[in-house]
Write a protein that binds this ligand. Structure first.
Ligand code: SAM
Ligand code: SF4
Ligand code: SF4
Length: 360
């Protein structure tokens, strides 16, 4: 893979990895717990009632998460996305949003740069929380919505909660001023692929941006098989058949979705082709797990422990140096190397950290 000049550091002193990529986006996982059991992420057969999630004392506090985020902003990050697990199962999340909102870009006042603060949620607990999150300074919300058919949605999410709860969450987020809301659907062949058109209609009518994600071989538990992946080309054909689209340019380097606009002017739609057209060359994402490990790839097998720089007392300088050192050693490009591993149609998964843990 060639060095990508677009990703060279914008800040002097910002760390650059071995493939020329800077840190721009950070996913902060605030919990490894979730009230859903999506088969592609946390299948109920594996994550049953006896599964040992992280004990509370192991979780970073909101103050610790904000310290790590601040250090990453100093190293170049400009987007902070709160995720999980299901982030809204963690109480008082608006308090974390306020702490993250207070982080300023170094010299941002001079060049007009600010932090883009986002959240990814399954939407089931969102309705009462949307307005407080907005009030605390959250810029954007992404809601995962795999199907508009109640039976298929329940099958995909492994949850008995009615689909209406998620739809109410989306409506509350709209009412609170989040616009456009991104809606993420993981497409699994034979499961929800027939519902692509209905999701597109729903998003267009509500002024939301639908994003379809190829089913990925993350973690070690979902029993991923290549024949369940609906490639982006097929997803795009289904969208185009419903409402003709044309490609548009990425809004920024490192954007994961390939974007299209509806030819009738009714907004845009995205497809995330992480399996069929990997985008490691532009990957500027760092992930921090709920227990304070830095992961430099979604498919990593181990992370860098940050707690030694946070407890018993935080040392901002040592934390920044550790984060920078790990980033500079990074040469991750798993998705680009996946080809050989998946030629048999199944993933090589041994030892991989789960997506809900590493921060999806
Ligand atoms: N619980 C929240 C949610 O579902 O939105 C946030 C965490 S979840 C791990 C983040 C995103 O990862 C969701 O949009 C989910 O659909 C996606 N995801 C999880 N497992 C996936 C897989 N195997 N392939 C593709 N996307 C996946
Ligand atoms: Fe939970 Fe999100 Fe994973 Fe589904 S994708 S099990 S909602 S963390
Ligand atoms: Fe980034 Fe790793 Fe995904 Fe490639 S496989 S895009 S390096 S997270």
């Amino acid at each position: 893979m060639s060095r990508n000049p677009r990703l060279l550091p914008l800040l002097s002193g910002a760390p650059v990895d071995r493939l020329g990529r800077t840190i721009r986006d950070v996913r902060l996982s605030v919990t490894d717990r979730c009230n859903f059991r999506c088969g592609y992420c946390m299948p109920a057969e594996v994550f049953g009632p006896d599964f040992a999630f992280l004990p509370r004392a192991e979780l970073l506090t909101f103050e610790e998460i904000a310290l790590v985020a601040r250090a990453l902003v100093e190293l170049g990050a400009r987007t902070l996305r709160i995720t999980g697990g299901e982030p809204l199962v963690r109480r008082d999340l608006d308090r974390l949003v306020a702490l993250l909102r207070a982080i300023e870009v170094p010299n941002g006042a001079e060049d007009g740069e600010s932090i883009d603060l986002a959240l990814t949620t399954n939407g089931s607990l969102l309705a009462p929380l949307a307005a407080p999150l907005r009030g605390a300074g959250l810029d954007r919300i992404t809601v995962s919505l795999d199907s508009l058919d109640p039976a298929i949605a329940a099958r995909m999410s492994g949850s008995a909660l009615p689909l209406n709860r998620m739809l109410e969450g989306i409506a509350a987020a709209s009412a609170a001023g989040f616009a456009p809301i991104k809606l993420n659907a993981v497409v699994r062949r034979g499961m929800n692929d027939a519902g692509i058109g209905a999701l597109v209609d729903f998003a267009r009518e509500g002024g939301h941006t639908m994003r379809f994600i190829e089913y990925m071989d993350v973690g070690s538990s979902n029993g991923w098989r290549l024949d369940e992946v609906v490639p982006a080309s097929e997803i795009l054909a289904a969208i185009d058949a419903r409402h003709p689209v044309e490609p548009i340019a990425p809004s920024r380097p490192g954007e994961v979705a390939t974007r299209y606009r509806y030819r009738d002017g009714a907004g845009e739609v995205g497809v995330i082709a992480s399996v069929s057209a990997p985008f490691c060359g532009d990957c500027t994402r760092a992930r921090v797990s709920a227990d304070g490990h830095l992961y430099t790839c979604l498919f990593a097998t181990e992370g860098l422990a940050l707690k030694p720089h946070l407890r018993p007392v935080a040392d901002g300088g040592a934390l920044r140096a550790a984060l920078a050192g790990r980033w500079e050693a990074r040469d991750d490009r798993y998705s680009e190397l996946r080809g050989a591993a998946t030629s048999a149609g199944t993933a090589v998964t041994a030892g991989r950290v789960e997506m809900f843990r590493v921060g999806g």
